[in-house]
Design a protein around this ligand. Structure first.
Ligand code: UDP
Length: 231
């Protein structure tokens, strides 16, 4: 593996609080990503916004505006996590698909590649920059653009199941499942738009539990414990 794209949900940053940031949780993530970077792996990061806001949070305001708030939430998340990463000794940069003044830099593939070459972790904040999309879609899109080898999906659950293990005690976890089967059976991996994009562009995903010890490091070692989504 040369280059990976790690997706963290917004909730993952909040720890048990479910809202905002939990520094201890993010520091654990930072120390794991540092191990990958120290091994010479280039790491891109996409973060959700659910610890602050989702487009569907409000039924009152216009969806486009609500989604803009959601995208800005992901920018806050990336600035925060980027700073925690710096505090443990990594070099980082935050890219957005829209201008945020001096807070971030405007995304381009060339710029991302330049930062990767400098050994930086590159944060892709602000989603796709468009409403009615999600950070799942942004994850697959950026992974394809930067020609990542794989997407690492760190989730609250430790893989892909054939039904919801919270409601079905007989739910079975897949070691491996094709993206076609994910789409056909509507398994919970990423949303449908993101799944189709992953299938059409042959971008594999490894799904695993963020809470499991050292799971991000293990995801690209022989020790992987989760589900490989093949394309
Ligand atoms: N969002 C958007 N376009 C994007 C990415 C995100 O409009 O390309 C907004 C959308 O409102 C979403 C919120 O940002 O609800 C947070 O993103 P995330 O993917 O975490 O949301 P979720 O999938 O949980 O709704």
């Amino acid at each position: 593996m040369k280059r990976v794209l790690l997706k963290l949900s917004g909730e993952a940053l909040a720890g048990d609080k479910k809202f905002g940031f939990d520094e201890a949780t993010v520091t654990v993530v930072a120390n794991q990503v540092k191990q990958l970077v120290d091994q010479g792996i280039e790491v891109g990061i996409v973060i959700g916004g659910g610890n602050f806001w989702r487009g569907r949070t409000s039924e009152t305001i216009d969806r486009t505006k609500a989604d803009q708030i959601g995208m800005l939430a992901t920018v806050m998340n990336c600035i925060y996590v980027s700073e925690i990463f710096r505090s443990v000794g990594m070099k980082t940069n935050v890219l957005t698909p829209f201008e945020c003044g001096s807070f971030t830099k405007l995304f381009s593939k060339d710029r991302a590649n330049k930062y990767f070459e400098k050994g930086m972790v590159v944060f892709f904040a602000g989603g796709t920059g468009h409403p009615y999309f999600s950070t799942d879609t942004a994850t697959v899109l950026r992974a394809i653009e930067i020609e990542a080898d794989v997407i690492l999906l760190a989730k609250a659950i430790d893989g892909v199941y054939d039904s919801d293990p919270k409601t079905n005690p007989d739910a079975k976890r897949y070691d491996e499942v094709s993206i076609q089967e994910v789409i056909d059976k509507q398994l919970a991996v990423v949303d449908l738009t993101a799944s189709i994009l992953s299938m059409e562009n042959k971008m594999p995903m490894y799904v695993f539990g963020l809470n499991e010890e050292n799971s991000i490091v293990k995801a690209i070692s022989g020790d992987f414990n989760g589900t490989k989504v093949t394309v």
